[in-house]
Design a protein around this ligand. Structure first.
Ligand SMILES: Cc1cc2nc3c(=O)[nH]c(=O)nc-3n(C[C@H](O)[C@H](O)[C@H](O)COP(=O)(O)O)c2cc1C
Length: 344
């Protein structure tokens, strides 16, 4: 009868194998103690790996003075050692956690596997800041088509669309085609992001949720200019549109790249793409829209799609009724003009 080794035996075999991989020629002076805390089926297994005086050893139990502690489910660590899961991705996605300096984690890969534990293990990663992201270098091309995501829950009967029609009119007068997607249309089932990070750790940019969001994200990826149009909701974005923006997390890579004084994720696919914001509010002062504009500046920066214009209409309802209605004509013709300027 074949005996299936216990988890503890499997882990012991793994450490026995590791000890033999120690590269004492390249790293003769390296000193460290790695404490591992593995969990599986409510059992906890303690192992340590020590490197000292040009020798590597492993032991079962807790070491008195560890340099770093790695807490991981057994299956995650086995996936990492078999090459199924990248150590970097696993760490970024919090599949396992560490206490101590990240330096020792990086050294673990170098000292035992001769590999650099860096972002470079994910192909195609480089600083992907393109000229179009830098205002002075940008060369705007008038688009053949513009995509508008209408995020008003009242779809075509809301005030958002009432004003939006005039912007669309202006855009169309320049010969540019417009496609409007009503995100609140029931045919678009868009679940909120589950935060599972599978798009980072397993599926390389694909979402495990199978609904209409993926096809719509493809549309946004293809559109040279996407205009997000919606009413201000609690100083922010209506929930379904926010869910759609969250789902676009699949477009960013699981690595961190410096950008001026900030860190960003590069896109899996970099294309020259822009966005514009079109929002209306009930309250009269334009300051109510300030937090939203700031949010969109952040979204634009982190999605590598420069925000070319915030178009804002506070006091939206009031202009459609007396005594303010007399201003409406001017507002609507300004919107038409804005549509032309936006694409040209
Ligand atoms: C849930 C909800 C939250 C809102 N929050 C704000 C707000 O924070 N500030 C504001 O000025 N208007 C707020 N409004 C007003 C809307 O922005 C305004 O009524 C808008 O014209 C609605 O556009 P729509 O007809 O396209 O839905 C809110 C409306 C709703 C229903």
């Amino acid at each position: 009868m074949i005996e299936i080794p216990s988890t503890k035996e499997n882990l012991s075999n793994l450490f026995r194998y590791w000890v033999n991989l120690y590269d004492n020629k390249r790293f003769p002076d390296f000193e460290a103690v790695y404490q591992f805390v593995f969990e599986e089926d409510r059992e906890t297994y303690y192992f340590y790996l020590s490197v000292s005086g040009g020798k590597a050893e492993y032991g079962v139990g807790k070491h008195k003075s560890s340099s770093i502690t790695i807490y991981s489910p057994v299956s995650v660590w086995l996936d990492i050692t078999s090459g199924k899961l990248s150590g970097t991705w696993g760490w970024l996605a919090r599949k396992y956690r560490i206490e101590g300096s990240l330096h020792y984690l990086k050294m673990l890969n170098k000292v035992f596997f001769g590999k650099e534990f860096t972002d470079k293990e994910i192909p195609g990663v480089e600083d992907k800041i393109q000229d179009f992201e830098i205002p002075g270098k940008r060369i705007w091309k008038k688009p053949d088509k513009v995509l508008i995501i209408n995020g008003s829950p009242r779809r075509r009967s809301g005030f958002t669309y009432f004003y939006l029609q005039y912007l669309i009119k202006g855009i169309e007068q320049t010969g540019t085609e417009v496609e409007v997607i009503d995100i609140y249309d029931k045919k678009f089932n868009i679940e909120p992001c589950r935060g599972c990070f599978a798009c980072w750790t397993k599926t390389k940019g694909n979402c495990v949720i199978k609904d209409e969001a993926s096809a719509l994200i493809e549309k946004v990826k293809d559109a040279y200019l996407t205009i997000y149009a919606f009413p201000l909701y609690i100083d922010s974005i209506p929930a379904k549109l926010k869910a759609f923006l969250d789902r676009q997390f699949i477009t960013v890579m699981p690595v961190f790249v410096p950008y001026h004084n900030l860190t960003r994720h590069p896109l899996w696919e970099t294309k020259e793409r822009y966005m514009a914001l079109f929002s209306i509010s009930g309250l009269p002062e334009i300051e109510h829209l300030d937090p939203l504009v700031e949010t969109f500046r952040g979204i634009a920066r982190n999605s590598h799609r420069p925000l070319i214009a915030p178009i804002l209409r506070p006091c939206a309802e009031s202009f459609t009724a007396p005594p303010y209605r007399e201003y409406l004509k001017e507002i609507l013709s300004s919107l038409e003009q804005a549509g032309k300027e936006l694409v040209e």
